[in-house]
Ligand binder design. Sequence first.
Ligand code: PMP
Length: 360
Amino acid sequence: MTQIFNFSAGPAVLPKEVLAQAAAEMLDWHGSGMSVMEMSHRGPEFMSIYKAAERDLRELLAVPDNYKILFMQGGGLSQNALIPLNLLGHKPEGATIDFIHTGSWSAKSIKEAGKYAKVNTAASNTTAVPAQADWQLTADAAYLHMCTNETIDGVEYQPDFNDTRFKDRVLVADMSSHILSRVIDVAKYGVIFAGAQKNIGPAGVTIVIIRDDLLGKALPVCPSAFDFKLVADNESMYNTPPTYGIYIAGLVFQWLKQQGGVAEMERRAKAKAELLYAALDVDDFYQNRVAPANRSRMNVPFYLKDESKNEAFLAGAKARGLLQLKGHKSVGGMRASIYNAMPIEGVQALVDYLNEFAGR
Ligand code: PMP
């Protein structure tokens, strides 16, 4: 059988070892006589799964003690509403939220936040991250929101935020599609959020990492089940959390630790991305339109110069076991998502096919 490599943007490939372990534990988790799906979320078995997942994620990202990690539902998009609902309590009238627009996902965030506050797009460019010096920030903005990896547009920040301008600002980052793929300094951010279905686990779990002093600032209309403080005070069990998804995420965290952690993931991500972009850059048969410094290591959109060959390209890829390479419908073309669980062999197989299809 042809080996399959899945380049989906999400829900996306998971480590084979994790799926095999979940399969082995499906009917009877650790002698409990139950599947994880059947356990009370407050019972000792699931609590041990939850605590291990929280602890391992904290260790992997070196999350400081003054931050809470929440395992929520609702997906990445829901956070576009939940963050204003949770942070604007102290500034209900006339709050402004600053945004950096770098693609489709930050555009969605801007639109949604407009229901709750004034929005200021401080900088905009969908093929490069605008230079920080050019960001037109509002003096008293409630927070500054950005999407540090645009999954559709393939634009990724090189996050540093060392400039003193950012010292007293609350930075909010949507890291859905590159969390755990590069070392980050969590202390630079007020809130980090990520849907799980790319680098963490199955769809249905949303991770929120929030600094303690930002809790307890919810607007009165914020739904209780989505009030970050209530969720934090109840260890993500204010209501029933997505238990099975948290279990799989926990297995992925263990796998990441065994592989060498986030620094090793970053090393691999660089190697995989360099291999792929080099093949796209050989000539103009394929084109990636993102500024080289901001090309995503996770999501690589590309176009065939002759778009009449798109269907043939996808059919040939599928025949070789290279799946889900079609670009997002809003931008067309192709996209290869190469998350942590994509082995370099998969990227090499794609590169071989790119060269073959281009007649090189
Ligand atoms: N933000 C980013 C960067 C994403 O890639 C996605 C999903 N592809 C979302 C938000 C939305 O996530 P969800 O579908 O889980 O709401």
